[in-house]
Design a protein around this ligand. Structure first.
Ligand code: PMV
Length: 351
């Protein structure tokens, strides 16, 4: 046993958590230091795109991180090595990691190659398990969500927001009390219309991205628009908070689209430049805008760092939107792939 964890109980146990992905409305793009964001971001937590992770823990004598990792039932050495490096990097904050052998098993609700980034759900599910184990062996009553968000952030920046119910804000903002670069916090002044909002994820391509998010964040360091972008994001956060309070779905949608296109514009003017949208991404955007004009329904889109369209709309127009998706958008997806998702209330304990 390491000195720092001498007071822990010498117990075996098992925990499991289900944790969702999230979709940012104001995007985090650009980071510094140890996973600290260059600007404040705000997302909503999803319901149906999630990871379930279980961790069984057994005391051990040997030193160092020692895990077995299975992904969807099979040993996965590449993921295992990534997790070992991550656990080693956070072991000074969770010394029990050196004292226990961990059997970690993880699975996603969405197909692995569906084009959905799984790092936010995967990292937050793992960190909820680690915080739960820490509470059990130290006989603490509750899990500290702030700490879980902080650990998740160290695994993947956007994962910090996945442990937050509904709307999560990450990154220090001078005008937002308690905001922090270290962890996300919940934004609670949200109109009811946004608490049942839809995000239908239309899969344009399930192929692996040509440029990873980490490389994209890195390229922001040399981007001539970087400073203006960070200022713009911080201004848009204030506007978004006002929109969320008022329940203005059209301003919400416009801001989401502006942010999505800004993110992709930043990629296009990086050096080297790159494009993650596909021809069908642009075609869908045109069809969404034409449908909105014709129907006057508040249907808007956002994009992650990839080609897939996230269709955002309020619950009360679900049936009209579904009919139109089937008639006009489904043919532009990869093999009819669509993940119908909604705002959700964060991680859930399974065991
Ligand atoms: O968490 P990362 O490093 O994979 O970065 C995610 C960045 C975006 O998804 C594009 C935006 C965001 O805020 O989630």
């Amino acid at each position: 046993m390491s000195e720092s964890s001498a007071n822990t109980s010498n117990i075996n146990g098992k925990v499991a958590w289900k944790s969702p992905s999230n979709i940012a409305i104001v995007k985090y793009w650009g980071k510094y230091g140890n996973q600290l964001p260059r600007n404040t971001s705000l997302s909503f937590t999803l319901s149906n795109a999630f990871t379930i992770t279980s961790v069984a823990y057994h005391p051990k004598e040997s030193s160092g991180i020692d895990i077995d990792f299975t992904f969807e039932g099979s040993r996965n050495k590449a993921f295992e090595q990534r997790i070992v490096r991550f656990l080693d990097s956070i072991a000074k904050e969770l010394p029990f990691l050196y004292d226990y052998h961990l059997e970690i098993a993880s699975e996603n609700s969405f197909p692995h190659s569906s084009g959905i980034a799984s790092s936010a759900s995967a990292m937050s599910a793992l960190c909820m398990c680690l915080c739960d184990i820490d509470s059990q062996i130290h006989h603490k009553e509750n899990i500290d969500i702030q700490f879980a968000s902080h650990l998740s952030r160290l695994g993947s920046g956007s994962a910090s927001r996945s442990v937050i119910p509904f709307f999560g804000l990450w990154g220090h903002h001078n005008d937002i009390p308690n905001s922090s670069n270290e962890y996300a916090i919940e934004m609670t002044e949200v109109h009811d219309v946004f608490r049942t909002y839809h995000d239908d994820i239309l899969i344009v391509s399930a192929k692996e991205k040509s440029v990873s998010s980490s490389a994209g964040h890195q390229l922001m360091e040399g981007n001539v628009f970087a400073d203006n972008r960070y200022q713009q994001a911080n201004d848009r956060i204030i506007e978004l908070l006002e929109i969320l309070k008022k329940g203005d779905v059209d301003r919400f949608g416009k801001l989401a689209e502006d942010e999505a296109l800004t993110l992709h514009a930043l990629m296009m003017c990086s050096d080297p430049s790159y494009i993650l949208m596909e021809p069908n991404t642009i075609e869908m955007i045109n069809r969404i805008r034409a449908f909105r004009k014709k129907s006057s329904l508040p249907v808007y889109f956002t994009l992650d760092a990839g080609p897939n369209i996230h269709l955002l709309y309020p619950n009360h127009i679900e049936s009209e939107v579904n009919k139109w998706i089937n008639a006009e958008l489904l043919e532009l997806t990869a093999d009819g792939k669509i993940i119908k998702d909604k705002v959700g209330n964060g991680p859930e304990k399974i065991i």
